[in-house]
Write a protein that binds this ligand. Structure first.
Ligand SMILES: Nc1nc2c(ncn2[C@@H]2O[C@H](COP(=O)(O)OP(=O)(O)OP(=O)(O)O)[C@@H](O)[C@H]2O)c(=O)[nH]1
Ligand SMILES: [Zn+2]
Length: 368
């Protein structure tokens, strides 16, 4: 059955049976363009719009379909168009935080612009993925702090993260970089490849199988489309090299796409993200930064602010260099982001205060 090739399974079938009516069929969103969704179903493809009721009941943008979602549609106009009546529960979702209103732009330690404060919403970048390929290039794109962000969001998505370090052909200190990545990515499988030279692609193929959905995430230009082309073994996606000629240069993937691998499996290409603001649970953060939470538990006082207290394990580790200062800083930034997200840090004032206090603590730690 074609739907199975698209990733359909018993769970979705069950959910569908609960809501189906006459003429309703299931389909998977393969592309989103300006409020229209291209939906693939058993008999083909159609351009569908969200029904008024679904729109009316939506509380946030995450209640709208995203690429990879299974939706319940009713085909109209001889099947060329459709109306989306329902969204089947997601088994996973790679989400980021998007600002909706307010907030202020600040620069973080890496000079990256970020929006702090204001109100924000969850945006689902891709849904129902089994494996997340976090793609990072071994050129100027290489950034451990950004990688930590991606690992957190991927971990939180419910899918299995895999790190793909691309462009080994551009890197002359691979062993050193790999070691740095291994240090921050405990338990995550790491692959070093060159999509350009089709080097290491076979190892990635191992993750792609019947009914399995792999999503590729990473900054613009890291080689996501090139990797997918290798997996497809044909030039189905446009890659940067071709699109550079359109003079725009960046953000070359204009829409998200879900593609079928001829030998089985599904891949989702996502547009390069310039900034990834975390949308996460606190548990995921603590799990990924277990080394830090472990240290915190060793402080003499269990409510230690790692500021002036004696017997502080964090300060000692920073001083001795066993805890990387930037890793700690990134953890604290994300902890505040997540806290704000979950409403534990109430309003903007509390948020700014917390931020200020933390910056002071960090500054002090730096001068140890
Ligand atoms: N040297 C080298 N270049 C590569 C490699 N893989 C991809 N590239 C090049 O990097 C550029 C960007 O590749 P894309 O595949 O378009 O990158 P992308 O991640 O899909 O970018 P967006 O669509 O903007 O998100 C192209 O010029 C590719 O040819 C590699 O392994 N080595
Ligand atoms: Zn402490």
């Amino acid at each position: 059955m074609y739907l199975n090739r698209l990733g359909w399974n018993e769970k979705f079938e069950e959910a569908f049976n609960n809501v189906k009516k006459e003429d309703y069929i299931p389909g998977r969103v393969i592309r989103e363009e300006k409020g229209r969704y291209i939906v693939q179903h058993e008999a083909g493809e159609c351009a569908a719009k969200v029904a008024g009721k679904l729109r009316y009941n939506a509380n946030s943008i995450s209640d709208f379909p995203a690429v990879g979602d299974w939706v319940v549609i009713k085909p109209i106009n001889n099947g060329e168009e459709g109306v989306i009546y329902d969204l089947l529960p997601r088994k996973s979702s790679f989400s980021r935080k998007v600002p909706v209103s307010g907030g202020r732009k600040v620069k973080d330690v890496n000079g990256r612009k970020m929006t702090f404060g204001g109100s924000s919403e969850e945006q689902v970048v891709a849904a129902n993925i089994d494996v997340v390929f976090i793609v990072m290039a071994l050129d100027q794109n290489f950034n451990l702090r950004r990688l930590e962000r991606y690992i957190l969001v991927a971990w939180n998505s419910g899918a299995t993260p895999v790190i793909v370090l691309n462009k080994i052909d551009m890197c002359d200190n691979l062993a050193e970089k790999l070691e740095q990545v291994e240090e921050i990515a405990t338990g995550v499988e790491i692959h070093c490849i060159s999509a350009l030279n089709k080097d290491g692609i076979e190892a990635l193929r191992e993750y792609v199988g019947d009914g399995i959905t792999v999503g590729l995430f990473g900054s613009s230009g890291v080689g996501k489309s090139t990797i997918i082309n290798c997996l497809l073994q044909e030039e189905q996606l446009l890659t940067g090299a071709v699109r550079e000629s359109d003079s725009k240069g960046r953000h070359t993937t204009t829409w998200r796409e879900l593609l079928l691998i001829p030998t089985g499996g599904i891949v989702i290409d996502t547009p390069g993200m310039r900034e990834l603001q975390v949308w996460s649970e606190n548990e995921a953060l603590d799990e990924i930064f277990e080394d830090i939470t472990e240290l915190e538990s060793q402080c003499k006082f269990n409510n230690c602010s790692h500021n002036t207290e004696p017997g502080c394990a964090i300060k000692t580790a920073l001083k001795e260099g066993t805890l990387d200062y930037e890793r700690y800083e990134n953890y604290k930034i994300m902890q505040i982001e997540v806290g704000y997200l979950q409403g534990r840090i109430g309003d903007r004032k509390a948020y700014s205060e917390k931020e200020r206090m933390y910056l002071k603590v960090i500054k002090k730690a730096k001068n140890l």
